[in-house]
Design a protein around this ligand. Structure first.
Ligand code: FE2
Length: 370
């Protein structure tokens, strides 16, 4: 028996273990001084899209492709700014003559509409019918106002023929048929000469006639009277129409002169008139709320004008403005019961202002009382 121990042989180290286990993260024993790399923490906003990091080096294929492609010439910087059209969008040619034509057509259309809406060469007819207790048999009256020397056909033949066809029992003129400071009243006289052939004419003063009478020695009252027109300048008369007695009067004063001058006529009328009381009052302001001096008075029917229907009429909003009536004037047209008084306001047949009548055609009013 030998004393020597058998030689220990190292088992051969195989390059790959036959049964390899997954490598565990162990501290680097070969570099013990190096701190252990901490495990990567999850992103705080896991939903945030990570920016793709640029590859440090372009793939070989890409490099080859870039080298193979011919270098594109760089566009000048100013050209890029002028033409921001994205790639793929076809270039549209601007047809300037066509554009100019479209703009001109739009302007022509707007001008045509404006002309139509401000045209005062034709008139409309408004018909009103009222059941009045004091009226025992029907009466038809034609009511004209604010012609301001306008003409519908030569010598106003269109207006005259229309009135004749409607067969009124009496014709009432509400004033402002002339133009203040214009001494030529031939249009008014020519019209009234024809009207008196149709029916009796009763003429109330507007501020345009009355101003000329007071301050410019106008002879219009005498001229109209000579034609057979009944001029009602601060006077009234009792007439009989189809068996009905009517006290028809005309107040000439504007509202600011009423307390000084107009009151005299009003007292006379108020005390003397016993029948159906029809008063021509050019200014409807006499019946406006808060300021009207003839509100709550004993008047059956008041016929007014003056506001020209509010001059500018806007759809839905209505009458917009009149120099004397202000913005959205009350009683600018149509009719309204003010206390016991039925107030009918004509929108007028013409214009005197530089402000056009817009969407507000001249109007002839026909009133039936029964
Ligand atoms: Fe007027």
């Amino acid at each position: 028996m030998s004393d020597q121990l058998p030689e220990f042989k190292k088992p051969p180290v195989s390059a790959q273990p036959s049964n390899p286990e997954p490598a565990k993260e162990t501290p680097d024993k070969q570099n013990p001084g190096k701190p252990e790399k901490p495990a990567k923490k999850p992103a705080f906003f896991p939903f945030r899209k990570k920016k793709p990091s640029a590859p440090e080096t372009a793939p070989e294929a890409e490099i080859t492709e870039k080298l193979a492609a011919p270098a594109k010439p760089e566009k000048p910087e100013n050209e890029k700014k002028l033409n921001p059209r994205p790639k793929g969008v076809p270039k549209v040619k601007r047809n300037w003559p066509l554009r100019i034509l479209v703009v001109l057509m739009v302007f022509a259309g707007l001008f045509f509409v404006y002309q139509r809406l401000t045209d005062i060469s034709d008139f409309v007819i408004s018909f009103y019918s009222f059941d009045e207790q004091k009226i025992t048999s029907p009466i038809r009256m034609a009511f004209l106002s604010d012609l301001h020397l306008n003409e519908f056909g030569e010598d106003n033949i269109e207006l005259v023929n229309t009135i004749a066809e409607l067969k009124p029992d009496l014709i009432i003129v509400g004033g402002d048929m002339n133009m203040m400071k214009n001494p030529d009243t031939s249009i008014v006289l020519t019209l009234c000469r024809q009207l008196v052939e149709i029916a009796p004419v009763y003429y109330g003063m507007g501020n345009h006639e009355y101003d000329d009478v007071l301050f410019r020695s106008s002879t219009i009252i005498a001229d109209l009277s000579a034609l057979g027109v009944n001029v009602l300048s601060n006077k009234y008369m009792t007439i009989q129409v189809n068996g009905n007695l009517i006290d028809i009067g005309g107040l000439s004063e504007t509202m600011d002169q009423f307390d000084q001058y107009g009151i005299k006529f009003w007292k006379k009328y108020d005390e003397g008139a016993k029948n159906y009381r029809l008063l021509l009052v050019h200014d409807p302001g006499y019946f406006r709320s808060g300021m009207g001096k003839l509100r709550e008075k004993n008047i059956d029917l008041a016929l007014c004008g003056h506001y020209h229907g509010g001059q500018i009429v806007i759809p839905i909003i209505g009458p917009l403005y009149h120099p004397q009536g202000g913005f959205r004037p009350e009683l600018a047209g149509g009719y309204e019961r003010v206390g016991d008084t039925l107030v009918v306001t004509s929108r007028g047949l013409g214009n005197h202002s530089k402000l056009p009548r817009f969407n507000n055609p001249p109007e002839l009013v026909i009133i039936d009382l029964y």
